[in-house]
Design a protein around this ligand. Structure first.
Ligand code: ADP
Ligand code: ASP
Ligand code: MG
Length: 389
């Protein structure tokens, strides 16, 4: 039987009613003749609430204890969903990431998956059971519980799909696939039927959190057919992320924005750069630039759980720590090669000279760094000019 891995995000499992609704969908799919592995997130805003509670106890909770705490969120959902499926007459079993053989590094709160040994999952599929898996977590070689960084359940799903040789990996969320921009910022954004792994990777890095960047990278490496679909629009195909999607009429495929970046800046003095590198060894670093006598590291604030002590250590090392920085990214294949598009994007950025602090063009993405307060407005304007126009 074909294996399908599905993943349901936090909003899709936010209430008992939604869990029951999903259980019905899963049972129907099972009865249509598929082996199903279902990865789930924590219910609604559980992860944020657990984090806030930890920070009430201590300003910078130790990451090991955070992992013990946060991993409980997804575990709760697995047990409830398994019960809901069993109540509908199908056999289901819930597993933690560790029970599924998801082996990770021991970098707490942002562990990387090293290997997936899904023997128990395979055994249970052979017994005819639907396997429900807690996303976002694994176990290190020291047998410690680890988590994969915010939004990491998407990665659990893709890594399992690859290890099981699944036919497809379907990521269900609250939007009908990947759109040309975040619909919360650009209400006129439209669905993209198909896009390449490169384009999706650039979107995810730029802030389109509909698919997690690490999940996209894993899908590309393992050649997993990755769908983004809505839990609430049952008959829609959503978006397929694949190799070589059909060509589309406009070269710019999407606009993305984010507001949570920190930039660390040092002189190029090798001792100082070395000291900063050591401090940032475990930090979620998105990019590193060396330009005009300075070295800069761009960090993602969301997965940084010790920002205060780290910023103090960076200052002690003689480097600077910025206040939050935003970015706006224009994504599309051949941005640099198509002179007309090149001129239009450059013109669009130049027209906002006062808010744009600098731009970087690499491959399929052109990113401008701006103040966080300007991000939404710029995303809207660039979408209007480069996609709607
Ligand atoms: P889940 O909890 O299901 O993992 P996320 O909140 O991580 O869901 O991702 C879904 C959200 O991503 C949507 O609600 C939407 O606001 C946001 N988003 C940002 N950019 C895009 C985009 N280009 N297309 C679709 N959704 C996007
Ligand atoms: N629950 C985790 C988070 O909120 C992981 C996930 O939803 O993918 O980040
Ligand atoms: Mg997500």
């Amino acid at each position: 039987m074909a294996i399908i891995v599905q993943k349901y995000g936090g909003s899709s499992v936010a209430t008992v009613e939604r869990i029951k609704l999903i259980a019905e969908r899963i049972v129907a799919r099972r009865r249509a003749g598929f082996d199903l592995v279902v990865v789930v997130s924590a219910m609604g805003d559980t992860t944020n609430r657990l984090l806030a509670t930890a920070r009430e106890v201590v300003a910078e909770p130790p990451r090991r204890e955070l992992d013990m705490l946060l991993s409980v969120g997804e575990r709760t959902t697995t047990a409830l969903l398994s019960m809901a499926i069993s109540a509908l007459g199908e056999d289901a079993i819930s597993f933690t990431g560790s029970q599924c053989g998801i082996l990770t590094t021991d970098s707490h709160a942002r562990a990387r998956i090293m290997e997936v040994r899904p023997f128990r999952v395979q055994d249970e599929l052979e017994r005819g059971r639907i396997v429900i898996v807690a996303g976002f977590q694994g176990t290190s070689y020291r047998r410690e519980i680890t988590t994969l960084g915010r939004g990491g359940s998407d990665l659990t799903a893709v890594a399992l799909a690859a290890a099981l040789g699944a036919d497809a990996c379907e990521i269900y969320t609250d939007v009908d696939g990947v759109l040309t921009a975040d619909p919360r910022v650009v209400p006129s954004a439209t669905k993209i039927e198909a896009l390449s792994y490169d384009e999706m990777d650039a979107m995810a890095r730029g802030g389109a959190k509909v698919l997690h960047r690490d999940a996209v990278a894993w899908a590309r490496r393992a050649n997993v057919a990755l769908y983004s679909r809505s839990t609430f629009v049952p008959d829609s195909e959503g978006t397929l992320v694949r190799m070589n999607p059909p060509p589309r009429p406009t070269p710019v495929v999407a606009i993305a924005g984010r507001k949570d970046l920190i930039v660390v800046t040092s002189t190029t003095d090798s001792a100082r750069v070395g000291a900063v590198e050591t401090l940032l060894a475990e930090a979620p670093t998105a990019a590193r630039f060396e330009l005009g006598g300075a070295v800069q590291w761009v960090l993602s604030r969301e997965d940084l759980h010790e920002a205060e002590s780290l910023s103090a250590a960076i200052a002690d090392a003689g480097a600077t720590w910025s206040s939050p920085v935003g970015s706006v990214s224009v994504i599309g294949s051949g941005l640099g090669e198509d002179r007309d598009v090149y001129r239009r994007v450059l013109g669009a950025f130049r027209a906002r000279g006062s808010s744009v602090r600098g731009t970087v063009l690499t491959g399929t993405v052109w990113t401008a760094f701006v103040a966080p307060a300007d991000v939404d407005e710029l995303v809207l304007e660039l979408h209007r000019e480069l996609i709607e126009g």
